[in-house]
Design a binder for this molecule. Sequence first.
Ligand code: 56B
Length: 293
Amino acid sequence: MGREPRFAREELEKIVDNINGSIPKVEWDFEGIHYFDNGPLTVQYLFVLDALNFCFWPDKDLSYDHLALGLKAALQNDKSALDADRLQSYSGPQLRELLNWPRPLPLEEERVRLLHEVGLELERSFKGEAANIVKSCGNSAVTLVALVARHFPGFRDHSLYKGHQVFLYKRAQIFAADLWGAFKGQGYGRFYDMSSITIFADYIIPAVLRKLGVLKYSSALSNSIDSNDEIAPGSEEEVEIRACSVHAVEKMRELIESKFRKQVLSVEMDLWLWSCGVQNRSLQHHRTLSIYY
Ligand SMILES: Nc1nc2c(c(CN[C@H]3C=C[C@H](O)[C@@H]3O)cn2[C@@H]2O[C@H](COP(=O)(O)O)[C@@H](O)[C@H]2O)c(=O)[nH]1
C-alpha cells in the first residue's frame, strides 16, 4: 500500500451534518496578538509577518504568536522598525532581539534572507510600502497573490509533483486573508473575490483534518508522523498532505453549498479549523523544514 493520504467523504459528511452546515464563526485576531492602526503601517506589519510566517515547530517553545506579538511590540516601540531600508539591514541576532527571542530562530538565515528580499523589492517597486502592493491589485485577492508571488520569490510556494507544478501559495494567500480579516473587508481589506482563495496549507490544518478523520493516512505515514520523523520538503508525501488538505476543505465547502444552500468561504473554514488545531497542543503534525509554511 502506498503512503499517500486518502480523503474520507463519509467523515466529511458527518462533520457537515453535525455543524448543520454552519461554520462556527471565529474572529480574526481572536488571540489579541496583532498590531492594528487601520492604516498603511498595518499593511506593512502584515506583509512582514507573513514573510516570516513559517516553521515554528523546531523550537518547541516558539509559536506564531511570538512572531505576531514580537513584530507588534517592535512597531509600538519604533514606528520605523519595519521600514524597507531597515528590513534590508537586519542580521539574525537583530531579528531575534526585535522579536525578543532568546536563542536562534528556526531557519534563521532564511528568515533574514527573506526580510532583506522583502525590503529590497518594496523599495525598488513599491516606494517602500506594502500598502502600494495592495493599492495596485484592483481589490482582487487573486491579483494580489499573483503580484506578491511575481515580485517576491520567497512567496513562490510551489513544488514539482510527478512532473506537474503544484502551487499552494500559503503565505501569499494568508496575506490577502489577513488584510481582509484585519480591515474587516473594508479599505485595504476590500476584495471582491475572496471566494477564490483556498485554505492555507500549513502543518496545523492537515493535522486537524486527520484528527477529524477526514484525511486518512496509511499506517506507514501515520507512524512516521507520530514518531516525529521529518518529511522532506518537496517530497511526494509532503505535497500530498498539503494538497489533500486543500481538496478536503473545498469538498466540505461544496457539500455545505449543495446540502444546506449556504455559501461559505474557505478562509472562514480555515480560521475555524486552525483555531481548533492551535488550541490542541497535543496534536501530532507533519514536520517539514520549509520556508513556505
Ligand atoms: N492555515 C492557517 N495557518 C496559519 C494561520 C496562522 C495565523 N493566522 C492569523 C489570522 C487570524 C488569526 O487570528 C491568526 O492570528 C498561522 N498559521 C500557520 O500555523 C503554523 C503555526 O503553528 P504554531 O507552531 O502552533 O504556532 C504555521 O505553519 C503558521 O504559518 C491561519 O490563520 N491559518
